[in-house]
Design a binder for this molecule. Structure first.
Ligand code: ADP
Ligand code: MG
Length: 626
């Protein structure tokens, strides 16, 4: 029989396959096995409607066998088979031209990537083989046929002998090249691993003859090679099982088997949805942070299965960035095996699933907080920072979703508390949610600015993460309570009787403060009598949006715009130091300059800000001493 040419588009895809990069080649086996599984599905569905066919589960299987001598790998199935016409139609052209059109269009750009990630069908066989032979006998047919091709130059179909219904795909595995090792596709252990990786949950048995060294019966130390037929895949996917059938250990084993992490998962979430979005998912919150989590190299994503067949190892569209720590898999019957990454992004079904998953994770974290606080705190200590980034990023679009899950260290409770807990403890006269920023809890505790707020009996949240203040700026308020830094100009105390006193004192000393301001020139916006200081002589407060902590963070950023906080030097007029200032103002202006600089530098030190000229500062100290 004459050789036939492939249709033009098939030819292009074939070329892509043949030239694909090596690391992706193993997916050919996934494609052939899933075709075999589809073929068995077809006979199964026929049996449901056609009384003439009996579907006897045991006689339906897929078998993978390798023969090193002839360099062949054979995938046999007992599925529905193909007639001569079907061989011609199905393997001579590519039926689903939609996805092909996409693939070839983008071929130059990232065609290789597509091959690795998605179902590319039967032609994937040419990634590993230079001759592909398909022998098939269709259900209801007496004849069998052999289809054979060496790739781009076309194919031949001839009559062939075959007893049973089904298909055999025989691959003549390529010879090794300098860069690429094809021998491994003839190795039992490799084939087993590939089947496990991609096709573990195919619902029909995938059999292989496996040879193992075993102790000879009745001997002490004599061994022999024993070949046994084994079923490689586990067949029933854990995610299709009922939650009630599964133990924590099952979920842990699955986590390990899938290499989601080396730790034990902190929590698992098993989702079975049968609504507008039909899918099953098993998700995990890891216990430990992946070593590359806060680096650019970290890739978020869930494994995506289409009806039990892995189509993508890391589908990032399924997880929002703020839940990027979640590991796991999603299986949906409504996704096509041949879907490409770009098409996935627009897939309505996938969007629905992603939204659903997001809400489910959120709800589960909320109940973890409610029912098992200890575990939640452990979780938050590990991944809380990510949630805070989530509040801050995308201009706060997700803040509603996340605010209830945030925790901060409390001055009162000496542990992490939620905003809800803070607000519920607020007294009637307290207008704001107070916070203080600094390097550590110990340092914040000693900040002079905290004193007056603490004395009022108000709780302060300690911000030690860089992102904290930015996140809170995005939230603006929680349950209608605004956030207020203890360093901000106006602390908003309702019953502030001292205000008038202070103003009076302020006025009386206006000239002194004016003079000090001139000494400090543009370093501060103002010098004034403090309403918040009790035992400390000085502190810095800020006016406007930028706090001192934010100034520090912005300064450390690569595109540092030299953004500065508007600082106010506050003086404690009830402190002995103030009398010294007054005296110096009246008698010795030079001394006042010296004192002013000293106090300003002290305030910087307390805030953890660098002193502009440390040598001058120490010289000034000495001047005061002698
Ligand atoms: P897809 O599986 O997405 O349809 P493929 O390129 O993998 O695309 O396969 C093309 C067609 O060839 C299948 O739709 C099927 O009709 C037929 N086919 C492939 N392998 C087999 C098989 N083992 N048994 C029966 N039919 C098969
Ligand atoms: Mg297929």
């Amino acid at each position: 029989m004459a050789k036939k040419q492939f249709k033009a588009e098939s030819k292009r895809l074939l070329e892509m396959m043949i030239n694909s990069i090596y690391s992706q080649k193993e997916v050919f086996l996934r494609e052939l096995i899933s075709n075999a599984s589809d073929a068995i599905d077809k006979i199964y569905y026929k049996a449901l409607t056609d009384e003439g066919i009996r579907f006897d589960k045991d006689s339906y299987y897929i078998k993978v066998s390798a023969d090193k001598d002839s360099r062949t790998l054979t995938i046999t199935d007992t599925g529905i088979g193909m007639t001569k016409e079907e061989l011609e139609k199905n393997l001579g052209t590519i039926a689903k031209s939609g996805s092909l059109a996409f693939k070839t269009e983008n071929e130059a750009k990232d065609g290789h990537d597509i091959i690795g990630q998605f179902g590319v069908g039967f032609y994937a066989a040419f990634m590993a083989a230079d001759v592909v032979t398909v022998i098939s006998k269709a259900l209801g047919s007496d004849e069998a046929f052999k289809w054979e091709s060496k790739g781009t130059d076309g194919y031949r179909i001839v009559s062939h002998d075959k007893d049973s219904i089904g298909t055999e795909v025989i691959l003549k595995i390529k010879e090794n090249t300098e860069e690429e090792d094809f021998d491994e596709f003839l190795e039992e252990y490799r084939l087993k691993a590939i089947i496990k990786k991609y096709s573990d949950f195919i619902r029909y048995p995938i059999k292989m003859d496996v040879t193992e060294r075993k102790k000879k019966e009745g001997t002490e130390d004599e061994y022999e090679d024993v070949t046994e037929e084994q079923v490689i895949n586990s067949m029933v996917p854990i995610w299709r099982k009922n939650k009630s059938e599964l133990t924590d250990e099952d979920y842990e084993n699955f986590y390990k088997e899938k290499h989601y992490g080396f730790d034990k998962p902190l929590k698992h979430i098993h989702i079975k949805v049968d609504g507008a979005a039909r899918y099953n998912a098993i998700l995990y919150v890891p216990e430990q942070i992946p070593f590359d989590y806060y680096t650019k190299e970290f890739e978020k994503g869930l494994e995506l299965y289409s009806n039990g067949v892995l189509i993508m190892e890391k589908c990032s569209d399924l997880l929002p960035d703020y839940f990027s720590f979640v590991k796991g898999m999603v299986d949906s019957e409504d996704l096509s095996l041949n879907i490409s990454r770009e098409m996935l992004q627009q897939d309505r079904q996938l969007k629905l699933i992603a939204k659903n998953i997001k809400n489910k994770i959120k709800k589960d974290l909320q109940s973890l907080l409610k029912d098992d606080r200890e575990t939640f705190v452990k979780f938050f200590e590990t991944f809380g920072r990510q949630l805070k980034y989530g509040v801050y990023s995308d201009f706060g679009a997700n803040k509603e979703d996340l605010q209830e899950l945030l925790m901060f260290y409390s001055s009162k409770e000496k542990k992490l508390v939620t905003l809800d807990e803070y607000v519920s403890r607020m007294s009637d006269d307290q207008k704001y949610i107070y916070y203080a920023s600094g390097e550590s809890h110990e340092r914040i505790e000693k900040l002079p600015q905290t004193e007056v707020v603490t004395d009022k009996g108000y709780e302060i949240l300690y911000f030690t993460d860089e992102v904290d203040e930015f996140a809170i700026k995005m939230l603006m308020q929680y349950k209608e309570k605004e956030f207020k830094s203890v360093s901000s100009g106006d602390l908003g105390f309702e019953d502030d009787d001292k205000t008038s006193d202070n103003e009076a004192e302020d006025n009386g000393n206006q000239e002194l403060f004016e003079h000090m301001k001139q000494v400090l020139s543009d370093k501060v916006k103002d010098v004034r009598a403090s309403k918040r200081l009790k035992s400390h002589p000085v502190c810095l407060s800020t006016e406007g949006e930028v706090s001192i902590e934010m100034e520090k963070i912005l300064k450390a950023m690569p595109n540092n715009q030299n953004v500065k906080a508007d600082k106010v030097l506050e003086i404690n007029v009830n402190h002995d130091v103030f009398s010294a200032l007054k005296e110096a103002y009246e008698n010795d202006k030079e001394k006042l300059g010296l004192y002013t600089n000293l106090l300003y530098n002290q305030a910087l030190l307390i805030e953890g800000l660098p002193i502009h000229d440390p040598v001058e500062f120490t010289n000034d100290m000495c001047k005061v001493m002698v």
